[in-house]
Design a protein around this ligand. Sequence first.
Ligand code: AMP
Ligand code: ZN
Length: 469
Amino acid sequence: MALRIYNTLTRKKEEFEPIVAGKVGLYCCGPTVYHYAHIGNLRAYIFNDILRRVLALDGYEVNHVMNVTDVGHLTSDADEGEDKMVKGAEREGKSVWDVAKFYTEAFFNDTDRLGILRPSVVCNATDHIKEMIALVERIEKNGYTYEAGGNIYFDVSKFEKYAELSRLDPDSEKQARVECDVGKKNHADFVLWFTNSKFGNQDMQWDSPWGRGFPGWHLECSAMSMKYLGEQFDIHCGGEDHVPVHHTNEIAQSEAATGKHPWVKYWMHNAFLVVDKEKMAKSEGDFLTLQKLVDKGYDPLVYRYFCLGAHYKQQLKFSWDGLDGAKNTFNRMKEKILELKDKELSNESDYQREKTDGYFDTFKTALDDNLNTAQALSTMWSVLRDDELNPGEKLELLYRFDAVFGFGFKEMEREELDVPDDVAELLSQRDAARAEKRWEEADVLRDKIKEAGFTIKDSPEGSVLEKVD
Ligand code: AMP
Ligand code: ZN
């Protein structure tokens, strides 16, 4: 089956047809590095990663580009709201540049721990000011801009297809969430270049044909995606919050500059992770990071498993119970894989090719149907439970599945337990008691071992200690 994906632009699931055969240009909106990523943001990058891996599974060569927003990012185009980078710098008593460097590293530390592959190109907004200025010059030359109060605005009334992606009335509140800026001609107009920010403490400023200033916040994604992927490319991703403003404005700027339509063929958006029905807001201060989950004893990959259990287009409710459920399932999966690795592997000549191919087809069909990861996981469980498959066949299939799951099945190994001497002694006494069928004594010893924080798993190969959480 060919890959089918849901395209926000057409509001339909469509067969994916690349612009250039065999290749995919993929752009994903990246982090704003003024604070740690919260686990909602990380859901977006897990979705991007799955998409990229499924495209690779389908045989495409993927050029995956992601920006890092390290320049002042106003929440609104009317120069309202806060400059997030400045806010981060003030909070930490550092320069904006140091804040950006610190949180960029923290971001990749999180994504590495989540098994997210690094994009082929990671580009910083501050390294592409020249390209952004050149883009505004093109938009200006084509007659889509005006100047007001020292800032250069994009005039949405000049761009006919403005509502194509959002399907919203440009004058609606949703389209431009902030109070109307007196300089604007239309409610949804937005700033391409600021020279007159009301924020006096703007550290990051550059010279431009319109005066010293800084770019509007949508500009970087248009400028950098076109630099690395060309003036028209295949897929653009982001969270669903980006549909009405950020992505709508990216399209307007890009098509106004190039005159080419469509700028991007497929738009894909992930639904939000919510906590207590509220969105996870980084600006709220108290938010859940991956490190907070790790500090509570969760393997980062448990969070990846939690996300893959839901469809990316469905809102996902975060709860500790839900995460515990994912943890138990993840640990059971891990244990089964480790058991398979312990067993004798099959001999090639008996290989049940038809059966394993059948499973692989089912797995791929699920993913090719707009990335149904939950269904793909359920196929994995069918393989784990199939008594007719031998351990070698199961492992081979699981390793192929892992090209998309990204759990690192091949590298998975039992964690070396740090067992105190007295517990090791109790265990050997219990093994001796069991060998001599002194069952009551063995049970007493088991309880003592439990009190010391370990449980015992008995198997034909012997007893193994596990740490109690
Ligand atoms: P930001 O760092 O705020 O620019 O956001 C990075 C990415 O995370 C964007 O694609 C957002 O749309 C996405 N995002 C933000 N909050 C959430 C959330 N609660 N759940 C899923 N995705 C989110
Ligand atoms: Zn973007």
